[in-house]
Write a protein that binds this ligand. Structure first.
Ligand SMILES: *Cc1c(COP(=O)(O)O)cnc(C)c1O
Length: 391
């Protein structure tokens, strides 16, 4: 599919393996662990080529179709689909980094990635310097002779901070770093970091790419086929590849990505504006609001919308906020995001419950912060649900 077509169209018209001239309209599910060959020499060759099919840990046609589809969406050279987002992040970092190397990462990071970097430091001496990611000069300031990776996220969790990606990728390139960006919150409809200079884009396809809260998956897309080949080789050793059925479910969701992302954005924008007028809400962290610190950058980098995840600070402490989330009827209390259902999560009562109010403030949230992953429900029903729970 030519890159001149819009991402909404590319997400629908994915490459489908040909069956002797008959083209299935949807990608078939090849639920098979291995492929047989008439000649052993051919099998031997297939095992060593990422393009061929031999054993499921190497590749599979359904998984490949997903990889090609997301490669096209992100404007990359090749992709590796994995069993989870963390599987993709781990496999890429594990390939690019060796013990003693150094990483520069933004400090507002997905919790699992933060835990992984902490573990890499403790066990392999791979230290990370955390930066605010507000000024590209921070990269040069944090640089060491051993620095290998610059790690960023398009939109951060839960306060939707936005990094000026092109400026940071340029700083990373000047220093000879591999720039990796987690594009989960924006999706390729919202942002295509490879077009801005990223080397690797990672996704938790559990979220917007699949979109239906029914599958776990990840994918890494590479600007350079050589790096893809290295990561693929490493994946043969570590075995993170996506299961065909998970890949098939993700492809099924992908067709409606454009439509869903537009509705997620519209709903989030309307709900954010509604809540910013409500006396029970102290603050709304949504880049669509003019007073959000990332507003101008978001408008420039994400012209098609800012995903559908934002945070609010409810007036009151942990207890009042817990009571507010308990009273929500449409929005479910659950982890994850990017699906068709609206979900809420209160960090001070779940993931960050060991931190006091001061510690929470230091990372930009309060005891009343609630992350809202806005789904595809009718906006009037969502506003009414949040209003009745706040009143
Ligand atoms: C969920 C998530 C991940 C981890 O993905 P899994 O599929 O849960 O392993 C990584 N990064 C971001 C931004 C996420 O939201």
């Amino acid at each position: 599919m030519p890159a001149s077509r819009h991402p909404e169209t590319r997400a629908i018209h994915v490459e489908i393996p040909d069956l002797d001239g008959a083209r299935p309209l949807n990608v078939p599910l090849y639920q098979t662990a291995n492929f047989a060959y008439d000649h052993t020499e051919d099998l031997a060759e297939a095992i060593n080529r990422p393009e061929s099919f031999a054993y499921l840990r190497n590749s599979n046609p359904t998984v490949r179709a997903l990889e090609n589809a997301v490669t096209s969406l992100e404007g990359g050279a090749a992709a590796l689909a994995t069993a989870s987002g963390m599987g993709a992040i781990h496999t890429v970092l594990h390939t690019v980094l060796s013990s003693g190397d150094h990483v520069i990462a933004q400090k507002h990071l997905y919790g699992g990635t933060f835990a992984l970097l902490k573990d890499l430091a403790a066990r392999f001496g791979i230290e990370t310097t955390y930066i605010d990611a507000q000024d590209p000069a921070e990269v040069a300031a944090a640089l060491r002779p051993t620095t290998k990776v610059l790690y960023l996220e398009t939109l951060s969790n839960p306060t939707a901070q936005v990094t000026d990606l092109p400026a940071f990728f340029a700083a990373g390139q000047e220093a000879g770093l591999v720039s990796i960006v987690d594009n989960t919150f924006a999706s390729p409809v919202g942002c295509r970091p490879i077009e801005m200079g990223a080397d690797v884009v990672v996704h938790s396809s559990t979220k917007f790419l699949s979109g239906h809260c029914d599958v776990l998956g990840g994918i890494a897309v590479f600007a350079d086929a050589g790096l893809h080949r290295s990561v693929w080789s490493r994946s043969l050793e570590t075995g993170p590849i996506a299961d065909p059925f998970a890949a098939w479910l993700t492809l099924r969701g992908l067709g409606t990505l454009g439509l869903r992302m537009r509705r997620h954005h519209e709903n989030a924008d309307a709900l954010a504006r509604f809540l910013s007028q409500h006396p029970g809400v102290e603050k709304v962290h949504w880049p669509g609001l003019e007073d959000h610190p990332g507003h101008a950058i978001a408008r420039r980098l994400l012209p098609n919308g800012y995903g559908g995840v934002f945070a609010i600070d409810v007036a009151g402490g942990r207890k009042e906020t817990l009571e507010f989330t308990r009273r929500l009827q449409l929005a479910d209390r659950a982890v994850s995001l990017g699906g068709y259902k609206t979900l809420v999560q209160q960090p001070s009562a779940t993931s960050h419950r060991s931190m006091d109010a001061e510690g929470l403030r230091a990372i930009g949230i309060t005891e009343g912060t609630v992350r809202i992953a806005v789904g595809l429900e009718h906006i009037d029903d969502l506003c009414a649900d949040f209003a009745q729970a706040l009143d």
